[in-house]
Design a protein around this ligand. Structure first.
Ligand code: FCB
Length: 465
């Protein structure tokens, strides 16, 4: 393969790889784990491609040592994984499950024995089904339950964990979960999605307080921020871009980083934004200082004004904000159908610091691409497109860092192929190939490239003392 140039970063810059519990663990009924909303959703006919479930996934629950060895060979500084709430606290209420937390205890120790810093996401979408049955994120109480569960995890592992991420991509939990139903729990309800968004934010804030009290080292949240460009200079497209930005980003970043609800929310949602689920004092809880902002980024969007699907504003969903994503046929698209436009990564960082001058340091907590990978006759996976994707995205990030942006690290999504939510096992994001028949792991060319990057980063650290 032709090897793209290796980007360079400051010595302290962290390189890592990321995964999430339901996507890799399997063992869904072992050691006391109870079903999550994803167990239920994936068993509902027609919801996940090929009827796939996370029952076995990558069998990481039993193969974690092999997977940590892959991380060690990769040379990463840190590994981002998530703890499964229904494993740690079955049913989402009551005492900690010793057998469940013991798994993460073993994983953390295994990582530390190889010199890899654990970075824990407390909620990567696997809500205990019992909590959903009681209303899920529509309920304010779920925010309190989440804080309680977070405390259990930090009490057990806090002494050994470098970085805590409360929520992963609450946009997906709220809007794909409760507005258009593409994700678990599959609700298509409109307004409750905005209440769910608020309760997720509140849950984050309450969890931050618990993490602080328990002495956690670095605390943050991960958002999938959009990088939005208006389709034209027209007033209509500019306003549409603002509505898209509000729906995707500002609904999170304004309360978290600026202590306010977005000024543009009325224009975005009109009568949907009734705010009855908001209480005095919530903004203070949500806006408690964090040590870093995690950003997951895959592709930027170009947004044009578009008519609402429903003429009556009261009928509109929380997703329908009168916008259209402009297609970009001139670009390569990954197997997810996502356009490849690497400078978007640098731009999302620049946009975030421009909008929020007091934004804490940023970590890119996910970035990667799904490609049509095959194991070749030589037993290797030659994923040149992914190598180029990673090299170009990291180059764009390195340029922003060189200009002074306070970005502290980058985690590739994903360490290995896994259960890609509604796409099941059809989409491969890993830098390690997984054969789901026999669970064989095969490092791809992109893994080798990333290995060179971590080696170069270590060498530059040594050189700079
Ligand atoms: C993100 C999710 C992650 C993975 C990637 C492709 O939205 O956080 O679990 O599915 O997309």
């Amino acid at each position: 393969m032709t090897t793209p140039a290796l980007p360079t970063f400051p010595p302290g810059f962290v390189l890592g790889a990321a995964t999430a519990s339901y996507q890799i663990e399997g063992a869904v009924a072992e050691d006391g784990r109870t079903p999550s909303i994803w167990d239920t959703f994936s068993r509902t006919p027609g919801k996940v491609a090929g009827g796939a479930t996370g029952d076995v996934a990558c069998d990481h629950y039993h193969r974690y040592r092999e997977d940590v060895a892959l991380l060690a060979d990769l040379g990463v500084d840190s590994y981002r994984f998530s703890t499964a709430w229904p494993r740690v606290q079955p049913g989402g209420r009551g005492p900690v499950n010793p057998a469940g937390i013991a798994f993460y205890d073993r994983l953390v120790d295994e990582l530390l024995s190889k010199g890899i810093d654990p970075s824990i996401t407390l909620y990567h979408w696997d809500l205990p089904q019992e909590l959903e049955d009681a209303g899920g994120w529509r309920n304010r109480d779920t925010a309190h339950r989440f804080a309680e569960y977070s405390r259990m995890v930090v009490d057990a592992l806090g002494d050994r964990v470098a970085r805590w991420i409360t929520l992963n991509e609450p946009w997906c939990s709220a809007f794909l979960g409760y507005a258009n139903g593409h994700h678990a729990p599959g609700a298509q309800e409109g307004t409750p999605a905005l209440a769910a968004a608020h309760h997720l934010l509140l849950g984050h804030g309450l969890a931050v307080a618990q993490l602080r009290e328990a002495g956690a080292r670095e605390v943050g949240i991960t958002l999938n921020l959009d990088q939005v460009t208006p389709a034209s200079d027209s007033e209509a497209d500019q306003r549409a871009a603002l509505r898209a930005l509000t729906q995707h980003n500002l609904v999170w970043t304004d309360p978290l980083l600026a202590g306010r609800y977005p000024d543009s929310e009325q224009e975005t949602w009109g009568p949907l934004a009734d705010g009855s689920y908001r209480r005095d004092g919530d903004l203070e809880v949500i806006g408690a200082p964090i040590d870093f902002l995690g950003i997951n980024f895959y592709f930027p969007v170009v947004i044009a004004d578009a008519p609402h699907a429903e003429a009556d504003p009261a009928e509109r969903t929380a997703m329908d904000v009168g916008t259209r994503q402009v297609e970009r046929p001139e670009l390569r698209h990954t197997t997810m159908g996502w356009p490849v436009d690497p400078p978007g990564l640098g731009r999302v960082v620049a946009d975030t610091f421009a909008r929020y001058p007091d934004c804490p340091p940023i970590y890119i907590t996910e970035n990667g691409s799904a490609e049509a990978d095959v194991v070749d006759a030589d037993g290797q996976v030659h994923d040149g497109d992914r190598v180029d994707f990673l090299a170009e995205n990291l180059a764009s990030l390195a340029e922003e860092v060189a200009k002074g942006a306070d970005v502290r690290g980058y985690y590739v999504w994903s360490l290995m192929d896994n259960f890609e939510w509604a796409f099941g096992y059809d989409q491969r994001f890993g830098i390690v190939h997984v054969d789901y028949e026999d669970q064989k792991r095969t490092p791809k060319d992109s893994y080798r490239w990333f290995q060179q990057l971590t080696a170069a980063q270590r060498a530059s650290r040594t050189a700079q003392g």
